[in-house]
Design a protein around this ligand. Structure first.
Ligand code: M6R
Length: 366
């Protein structure tokens, strides 16, 4: 069943082009974005959506955080993202006009299911599930649904579920932008072309595995690591840190790079590798000055740049260039080397990659 792969996690990382292609099949033939992909009555619900509340746990929560950047900047829709276990127990202000989006690979996560039921009890009945399992408990509870087609995900560390969730959230963003007249035909075309090209773009990133493996060898001996990103790549830094701690047991933290001076810079020394997600976007110059601060304290930098980010390699500054800059969808590409990095760090450490200690694939108890 594993074929050429050593672990399910590795297999699932490499299945991402296919998983994305399947999930985005409805736009493959040149079709435009239709709200119907979220359900027969989705047009009405999305047309009346003024706000979005995303609820999820773990990696699915990180997908929601990326979507917040997309929804606000492209669709002009205010968006909040909450951890399910927090949302379900806090006193919050319910808004029946809000579209509640729950994201879950398994569709069985106890906290996400309970948070969804809680939102419905508060009168929020415009609900959408983004889920990888069609017959799951969460999907049965929502008015609208989008089933990602990642295929079964066996490794405890979520990989292909995450990137397909991002694909679904990109479609949601574009559907809402279109309904709200914020998407020109040209822009729609550009985004759709980029989505269709994603499997090829991901395949090219996967070819970087040998270089990433070498990086992993270097810092598998470290006790701690710091992940930095800005804007829509901050959640990707979070996801990189989660992956690393989950399967290699290296303590990893993530920060929005602008927060460095507000505390975490005190941690940086030569024993603290700093991993930066550094695409050539509008925040690159800001990020570069954050990275200089790290270097000045002796921190070793591992920078995931892309085709357009001009960051010179130097002593203590290792750069890996992703093949192309991918604009709005760049988070989908930038998470891939971080998945590979944690996978290979775990291999060096000899941990149980597919079944990390203390964790279950689906968290059905709170
Ligand atoms: O099945 P779900 O997406 O609801 O699961 C949520 C989290 O338990 C899950 O993403 C977890 O954080 C992963 N093990 C991360 O790799």
């Amino acid at each position: 069943e594993l074929g050429q792969y050593r672990h399910y996690m590795q297999k699932e990382i490499f299945e991402q082009p296919q998983a994305l292609g399947n999930t985005l099949e409805m736009i493959a033939g040149g079709n435009t974005i239709s709200p119907q992909v979220f359900g027969a009555h989705a047009g009405d619900v999305l047309g009346a959506t003024r706000r979005v509340l995303i609820i999820a746990c773990g990696t699915s929560f990180h997908a929601g955080l990326v979507a917040r950047y997309w929804l606000e900047s492209i669709a002009g829709i205010p968006c909040a993202v909450e951890i399910a276990s927090e949302y379900r127990y806090r006193v919050s202000v319910a808004d029946p006009e809000t579209l509640v989006v729950v994201i879950s690979q398994s569709g069985e996560t106890a906290d996400t299911l309970a948070a969804l039921k809680h939102a419905k009890q508060l009168g929020m009945d415009k609900t959408l599930a983004i889920c990888n399992v069609p017959e799951s408990a969460i999907v049965r509870e929502t008015a609208l649904r989008f089933i990602t087609r990642a295929g079964p995900e066996i490794g405890v560390a979520s990989t292909k579920a995450f990137t397909t969730q991002l694909a679904a959230l990109a479609l949601l963003t574009l559907a809402l932008a279109k309904i709200n007249d914020r998407l020109t035909a040209d822009d729609e075309n550009t985004y759709l072309t980029a989505l269709r090209h994603l499997p090829v773009a991901v395949t090219k990133v996967l070819e970087l595995e040998p270089e990433i493996e070498q990086w992993a060898q270097r810092f598998a001996s470290k006790q701690h690591a710091l992940f930095l990103g800005r804007g829509r790549h901050w959640p990707i830094a979070m996801e990189g840190a989660l992956k690393l701690k989950e399967i290699s047991y290296i303590h990893a933290e993530s920060y929005a790079a602008g927060e460095l001076k507000h505390g975490p810079l005190a941690l940086v020394d030569r024993d603290m590798p700093v991993i930066a997600v550094a695409p050539a976007d509008e925040l690159l110059e800001k990020l570069k000055s954050n990275l200089q601060e790290v270097r000045a304290r002796g921190g070793e930098l591992y920078v995931f740049a892309d085709a357009g980010s001009e960051i010179p390699e130097s002593d203590g500054v290792h750069i890996l260039h992703m093949p192309e800059h991918y604009g709005m969808l760049s988070p989908v590409l930038h998470v891939i080397p971080l998945q590979l990095l944690s996978y290979h760090a775990a291999l060096v450490k000899g941990t149980d990659v597919d079944k990390p200690r203390n964790l279950a694939k689906s968290v059905t108890v709170e």
